[in-house]
Design a protein around this ligand. Sequence first.
Ligand SMILES: [Zn+2]
Length: 342
Amino acid sequence: MNCKYCSSTNVIKFGTFNGVQRYWCKDCKRKFADNRALPTMKTPIEHISAALSCYFGGMPLDAIQRHLQQQFGTYYSEMGIYNWINRFSQEAVSRTKDFKPIVGDTWIADETVLKVGGRNIWFFDVIDEKTRYLLASRLSTSRTIKEAALVMNEAKRRAGKSPKRILTDKLAAYIDGIDLVFGADTKHIQSKPFTDVNSTNVIERFHGTLKDRTKVVRGFKNMDTARLLTQAWLVHYNFFKEHTTLGDVPPAVKMGATPIKDWAEVVSQTKTLPPIRSEALLVTSTKPILKTRHPKRRPKELRQKPYMQVAVTSPRGVGVYVDRKGQRLSRKPRRGWRRVYP
Ligand SMILES: [Zn+2]
């Protein structure tokens, strides 16, 4: 048994709760349960990672709920599943934010629309033609020069360079946006529909993939969540999703070492540290302490005192139990023992 927090083997059994064995780490002084779940959570890691894979594969929440019920026999509320998605999306985005992709010199920018309650929301995407790595995605409510420049800036920051060519559609905002970010060294090619022989395929495939994203982002509760889900989907697309044209590996894997390989790894490597419990709560044996199941069960004021001094309260007053010889003490009544009132 290893500690969930510090992986130390210096752990002891620490009672059970609802039938689940608890352990105590002597090194980091933290308590944890033996239930294959993350610390402070009781859901097994594989249930959560299965839900995440399904969700980013385009499955709606109610279908995931049924899937988990079938697969593991456990019921989870849709809200609970939604909360996992939120929490581990943040984790996935932050774990991959420093990854430097090795991309080619031709990038393609494109925008797609998502209709939400009569409103148009735009996705701006920049993808590398050679590696299919999605460099940047941005959600916005308008298609201005500023938005075009922001997504280009993001792509440039991630790649750590400017491309030699960039292909876009006829959207006017790209002209100034690209000029602002990359300057004259980058050749801007505008066409609609994409007539460039090499790019048509990429864009068509890409649009097919984006349909999955629409399913993922459609369930958002507000604009911030929609942005988070967009970024998490970008991680899913670049790091986890297999691409047939790349030999069934994700674009990031094709480039070499990646920080994470799947959703299960995102979940299992999430570290949440509860506060270290104070020493005072531990029974540090100063004999003659009688065995107790849990140090917290003792009255606060008596926690570090031996049981010799623990009094038993009864309708007749205060007392302890002693054996026939009057030598051993207990606070519990035992057969043949007497209660005395010191
Ligand atoms: Zn530990």
